[in-house]
Write a protein that binds this ligand. Sequence first.
Ligand code: NAD
Ligand code: IPM
Ligand code: MN
Length: 355
Amino acid sequence: MNTHKIAVIAGDGIGPEVIAEGVKVLNEAARIDGGFNFEFTYFPWGCEYYKETGRMMAEGGIDELRKYDAIFLGAVGAPGVPDHISLWDLLLVIRKSFDQYINLRPVKLLRGAPTPLKDTPREDIDMVFVRENTEGEYAGSGSWLYKGKPNEVVIQNGVFSRMGCERVIRYAYELAKSQGKTLTSISKANALNYSMVFWDQIFEEVGREYPEVKTYSYLVDAASMFMVKDPGRFEVVVTSNLFGDILTDLGAAIAGGMGLAAGANLNPERKFPSMFEPIHGSAPDIAGQGKANPLATVWSASQLLDFFGHEEWGAKLLDCIEEVLAQGKALTPDLGGTATTSQVGDAIINKMNNK
Ligand code: NAD
Ligand code: IPM
Ligand code: MN
């Protein structure tokens, strides 16, 4: 039996609620298929753990996670724990330690999903973001000097290494080439006169190896405008860590909302485990009420299946999400329905059994 060992970090807020549905759906795929199965190991890490122990994850947590084939994460962050601590000591340390330098975030308007963009054909909202995920604006380089003094000063450096830029840009070119899609780079070289000039240069350099890929390059401000006014321009998109973070929330907004936005943090070499998670946060405003939409997590589960070579199941899950959306009977309040988180999971399971 082909067993996939998955470390589950359900985390905070709605994290455990949506992860329960993701696990349910993955187990059902394995049950129906019969050719593979999952072994889930739960880690109780997150803000509650922090309040009890002063740590976001156990000591040696990274070494523990290294033993797994993948990580399935819900969300991290809770009132009472500073966000920069909860995120740096759990989510970001995992992305960095396991060199998950590709953050793959589809922005695709599924059949039945709502968009606030009037007069935009559904097919025009179909792109995938390749976000740099280990350095750039998130390098964590800087300092805080003379704290609390009149001459207080903070410095937050962007760190763009040649290796870091080349590998994410090359990955995006390969993806665009393999899918026969265009590739758009989003940067900001007019203002960020070192980092983004360098990024643009590398985009061009690597591009010489891919004459068959048609490319575009936009400044991030204009790109934000085009994502709303003319999203059909974008197919495969490559961008830096911070720009990718912001633009994929915008992407979520045009493609059904945060409840439908999925992401995969990949270490393409498979030297370390990759991590699959919805891109939304812990949503403290709706936590514990059964209102969270689990479909982003189910979509991330579909990315996990793809990554393990079960592409047929990855595609089937996406079909099931689309069918549930199009049917409109089992939808959470963010999509205008009254169903609970677990009823949406059940609806997916039901569709899986009718395939
Ligand atoms: P958020 O994504 O948690 O919530 C933004 C809005 O979207 C809220 O109104 C929320 O109710 C809604 N929403 C999000 N996911 C939803 C879902 N599945 N179904 C229905 N509605 C959903 O962002 P925020 O409020 O800025 O952050 C809350 C906390 O989460 C903070 O502590 C933040 O640092 C953290 N955060 C964590 C992650 C992560 O773990 N990957 C990502 C983003 C934010
Ligand atoms: C995301 C989140 C994280 C990020 C935060 C919580 C550190 O917003 O995954 O989009 O900025 O990468
Ligand atoms: Mn984000």
